[in-house]
Design a protein around this ligand. Structure first.
Ligand SMILES: [Zn+2]
Length: 291
């Protein structure tokens, strides 16, 4: 058990292999408390949150990494956002009762969308690929290998509002001294169990797996749930409905109440607010998150 949600980076000396390890519990509880998610989707979102932090920690950019799994079956969307400060939020859209035990079966023509938003006005990067794999770890590994050409292995697990994971990457640009290191380290990592991932902290797990390697672990970073929604962004989404649609809603009730999909925060716009909104300039802060 662990009290804090921590991400630790580590490297293997004299090799091109690096890694990240993370355990989340509070983040998951807080991120998933806003909706009554089916158990299967809780698990999938938990693993996607862990994966997003593992990947975000490999990026040099400031901003947000958004991972989406989209489908046309009962499961429409899983979306997780993790910033470079490891502030994480998540939500899902689905229809009907979910009793299946594998979320891939709920997708139908599923696709995986990865977005890097530098949040500083620089261009957003987006990659969209068909779903390849049967688990979140496999989907991400395949994406990293095929689209980014970075050898990546990911181990994920979740149980009862706790989730944990480990990522290994082979840096392509480095001159490799120890040519066998990648295979050897992956083989060692493959011996980890789901229970170990949940129960052992980074130091314990890395010692258990890699005590014969020269592994160096760095000071951990705290991860936490935080929603980045603002009244301004919600207003922009509302404006996209158009003047007529907004007028017709306001003809039936006094105000329009919009809830954030991620944190369920309510934003209320009355007729005066709506008029102001429609009169002001459109500024789209995060248009891709407007569902
Ligand atoms: Zn929110």
């Amino acid at each position: 058990m662990h009290n804090q949600d921590l991400l630790s980076r580590f490297i293997f000396d004299n090799t091109a292999v690096r890694g990240n390890h993370i355990q989340l519990s509070q983040t998951i509880q807080q991120a998933l408390q806003h909706h009554n998610y089916p158990t299967l989707l809780k698990t999938a979102l938990s693993e996607l949150m862990v994966a997003s932090a593992l990947l975000a920690a490999t990026l040099k950019m400031q901003g947000a990494l958004v991972l989406q799994i989209q489908g046309r079956g009962k499961l429409k969307l899983l979306v997780v956002e993790c910033t470079s400060q490891l502030e994480i939020r998540a939500t899902a859209k689905w229809t009907g009762d979910i009793v299946e035990d594998n979320f891939i079966a709920l997708l139908e023509q599923g696709q995986f969308v990865i977005t890097l938003d530098p949040k500083d006005g620089r261009q957003t990067y987006q990659g969209i690929v068909p779903i390849e794999g049967h688990t979140i770890a496999e989907i991400l590994q395949n994406y990293m290998q095929r689209s980014e050409q970075i050898e990546t292995r990911i181990w994920l697990t979740s149980a009862h509002n706790q989730a944990a994971g480990m990522l290994l990457q082979k840096l392509p640009e480095q001159l490799e001294i120890d040519t066998d290191a990648w295979n050897r380290i992956c083989q060692l990592a493959d011996t980890t169990t789901k229970q170990e991932l949940i129960e052992l902290d980074a130091n314990e797990l890395l010692h258990r797996l890699f005590h014969e390697e020269n592994v160096r672990i760095f000071e951990p970073h705290t991860a936490q749930f935080k929603c980045s929604c603002t009244r301004k962004n919600v207003g922009n989404m509302l404006r996209m409905l158009g003047t007529e649609e907004i007028a017709s809603i306001l003809a039936e009730r006094e105000s329009i109440e919009v809830h954030c999909d991620f944190c369920n925060q309510a934003y209320v716009f009355d007729a005066v607010d709506a008029a102001q909104l429609l009169a002001s300039e459109t500024t789209l802060d995060t248009p891709k998150l407007a569902h």
